[in-house]
Design a protein around this ligand. Structure first.
Ligand code: GH3
Ligand code: MG
Ligand code: MG
Length: 341
């Protein structure tokens, strides 16, 4: 009993969503000593969803293993390739598979629905009492995730908020870059990979509010956030910084890839038909994230590229480094703390 309380205290003490799944499998392993336990989450675009194993512990493992957070989605198994997992997910119900071992699949829910499955392999089938205990642990997990979402997400769009940006930014600017997957899911040779920061500002958004009112303006922000979410990979982080300024933290092999991803997004916005308003465009500035960078310094570089785009016709993507190379921007000229847009 005291062990259960300890595990729950551990789980509810977490403030970092990245470690939540590892902590969950570790708790279940310590409580039940199963043959293996894993958390598989659904990632990827609607219609092309994949399974990403976020944490997996075998009985002999010291630490949990996981798929690379930077896996190319196309290298991951499709939903249909794991029919039992899919059944558990879609029916939001427990699935038990009996063979020489027993596999129990439990739906992993968040406030926005079922987001994955927990897979527990044991020698003997688990008793109803143990299953009830597990379901209780998963409800606590869901509550913790809900609290994290509440403090880290923007209420209008559901995107991450500014508060969570600084924390993630410091993590990526301090860490050595992990290798990046190429289209076939293997490592891309010769490309160290890195992080890129894109700042997105809607063009003439004041006019949208003036013509259609704030409620319609808010709807545009919500729909734009969906376009943004669907344009980037599951591991790219998308933020709303308040107002009509959005930020994306991209993992890309190089400047050209970052530019191409942001161009794809700009084109997608251009082609999207918003109710009533119909068409909007965005100006985008981007920069590389440098080792030891601060969030403010990087955002300022990207902001200056946005400012340049605004002054040169809007509806375009501009890279800070290219502007500096071309002599159109000075590298360390300080724009100050004023809000440019
Ligand atoms: P520019 O092309 O130069 O960016 O022109 P702009 O009109 O978009 O100018 P700016 O970016 O300075 O405008 C920001 C406007 O966005 C001001 C405000 O009317 C609107 N806005 C900011 N936050 C919100 C919000 O939460 N909801 C709505 N509806 N409008 C917002
Ligand atoms: Mg604007
Ligand atoms: Mg603005």
């Amino acid at each position: 009993m005291s062990e259960i309380v300890d595990q729950l205290a551990e789980l509810t003490g977490l403030r970092d969503r990245d470690t939540l799944d590892v902590s969950l499998v570790t708790s279940i392993r310590d409580l039940l000593q199963p043959g293996s336990v894993a958390v598989h989450r659904v990632v990827g675009d609607a219609g092309d969803e994949r399974w990403l194993t976020r944490a997996h512990l075998d009985v002999a493992d010291v630490a949990a293993r996981a798929d690379s957070s930077w896996a190319d989605p196309r290298s991951l198994p499709m939903l249909a390739e794991r029919p039992e997992w899919r059944r558990c997910l879609q029916a939001a119900t427990e699935v038990e598979l009996r063979g020489s071992d027993t596999t129990l699949l439990l739906p992993l829910a968040s406030d926005s629905g079922v987001i994955g499955v927990v897979e527990i392999v044991t020698r003997q089938p688990l008793t109803d009492e143990i299953k009830r205990l597990l379901i209780g642990v998963l409800r606590i997990y869901r509550n913790v995730q809900g609290l994290l979402d509440y403090s880290e997400r923007d209420t209008l769009t559901g995107l991450l908020n500014r508060k969570s940006f600084d924390e993630t930014f410091y993590k990526v600017s301090a860490a050595p870059s992990p290798p990046i997957a190429d289209q076939a899911g293997g490592r891309r040779h010769g490309a160290a990979g890195g992080y890129w920061l894109g700042v997105v500002d809607i063009d003439h958004f004041k006019l949208v509010n003036d013509r259609f009112g704030h409620l319609i303006g808010d709807e545009v922000l919500l729909l734009l956030s969906r376009v943004m979410r669907s344009c980037f990979r599951f591991y790219d982080q998308v933020y709303r910084f308040g107002g009509e300024e959005f930020v994306v933290l991209l993992r890309c092999a190089g400047e050209d890839d970052a530019r191409a991803a942001l161009e794809r997004f700009r084109e997608a916005v251009r082609g999207y038909v918003f109710p009533q308003v119909e068409h909007i465009t965005v100006s985008v500035g981007f920069t590389d994230v440098r080792h030891g960078d601060s969030p403010n310094a990087a955002v300022e570089r990207a902001d200056r590229a946005v400012y340049f785009a605004k002054n040169h016709g809007r509806d375009q993507v501009r890279g800070h480094a290219a502007l500096v190379r071309e002599g159109l921007l000075e590298d360390d000229k300080k724009a100050g703390d004023i809000d440019l847009f």
